[in-house]
Design a protein around this ligand. Structure first.
Ligand SMILES: [Zn+2]
Ligand SMILES: [Zn+2]
Length: 349
């Protein structure tokens, strides 16, 4: 019997996506087969695209990225799904057995130890089909479009960050970073009732979308000297909460200078350099709460779907471009261009 084949966008080398035909993965017990409908292109995909490598050295060839996807069930296996069900897939891998999983903190699962994503350590969704555990799939309500479902993954990151921040009504909030996570965080914080919301950015490339949506009260240039102190002065002594969505030494330093004494910094941005310098004295002497935030819990993933389904957040308006999977290479070139105003691309096979 000849093998069933599918179209897939393979990371063939640094800054090189090749469209290829790959065998459809064999379904194992507990797994399902999904026909991919739409998939968001993520900032962390860009890092892998630049280096030409995924996170798993055991995958030597035909590595397929992609973790922000939805689709239609083609084969439900022995799960409760039916053929034709629309589903969104949670790319967060977890064991379900360790102390973190049992405490409902699946994003901190000890078994997968942070190496926790489909599309990073195993093949993901930039393809016509995806096969893996049915337990990571969730039924998609009719009120969530395929395009909006491509936003659930970054939205869950923003949602978890806002929840761990402990933000209260009337807080003054600064978001550092104008990428999709920063913009979605701003959107949620606005809904959560902040009294003043500012965005710190290095350039104006992605501001068209932010200004069109109109949630931010002010925009600051974080590339100028003493940017953090200037932002603090502009709100009369610092922000209650700062969401750091970049992950560089400069952006962390600006966040520490911009937060008020006793305030909270939630670090969402993942540093490419794992050991960056921070001013510990400022954190200690100003009693700054420094909170890391990664992915979200399984429950929060379901709640994120509901944020869109219930109409609380209009996710479609954050998608600036929809492109065919065949043009994934071009999508990465646009996302890394210094002039293209694109913020979020969703591709469709
Ligand atoms: Zn992502
Ligand atoms: Zn676990």
């Amino acid at each position: 019997m000849s093998k069933r084949m599918m179209k897939a966008a393979v990371l063939a080398g640094p800054q090189n996506i090749e469209i290829k035909q790959l065998p459809v993965p064999e379904m194992q017990p507990g797994e399902m087969e999904i026909d991919i409908s739409a998939i968001g292109v993520c900032g962390s995909d860009i890092h892998m695209w630049k280096t030409g490598k995924g996170w798993n050295p055991a995958i030597k060839e035909n590595f397929v990225m992609g973790h922000e996807f939805c689709g239609v069930v083609a084969n439900p296996g022995n799960s409760n799904f039916k053929v034709g069900d629309r589903v969104v897939y949670w790319a967060n891998m977890y064991c379900g057995k360790c102390d973190m999983c049992r405490a409902g903190k699946e994003q901190l699962c000890r078994e997968v130890a942070g190496q926790n994503y489909i599309g990073f350590v195993r093949n993901g969704g930039y393809a016509e089909k995806f096969v893996w555990k049915a337990s990571n799939a969730y039924k998609l309500p009719d009120t969530v479009s395929d395009t909006a479902a491509g936003l659930i993954d970054p939205l869950m990151v923003a949602y978890h960050a806002v929840r761990v921040s402990g933000m209260k009504l009337h807080d003054k909030v600064l978001v550092v970073g104008s990428g999709i996570i920063g913009q979605l965080t701003g959107g949620l914080v606005k809904k959560a009732g902040c009294s003043y919301l500012a965005l710190a950015k290095r350039n104006d490339r992605k501001l068209g979308l932010a200004k069109k949506i109109g949630d931010f009260d002010a925009y600051f240039d974080s590339s100028i000297p003493d940017a953090g102190e200037k932002m603090s002065e502009a709100v009369g002594g610092g922000f209650d909460i700062v969401f750091e969505c970049v992950g560089t030494e400069e952006s962390i330093a600006a966040s520490i200078d911009a937060v008020k004494p006793g305030g909270t910094i939630v670090t969402v941005g993942n540093s490419i350099d794992p050991t960056i310098k921070i001013s510990l004295n400022k954190i200690v002497l100003h009693e700054i709460k420094f909170i890391g935030s990664v992915s979200c819990t399984r429950t929060e993933f379901e709640e994120t779907i509901d944020l869109i389904a219930s109409g609380m957040l209009d996710a479609d308006k954050y998608v600036t471009d929809v492109m065919p999977l065949d043009e994934l290479q071009h999508a990465f070139e646009r996302l890394t261009s210094s002039t293209d105003p694109v913020v979020k691309i969703v591709v469709k096979p």
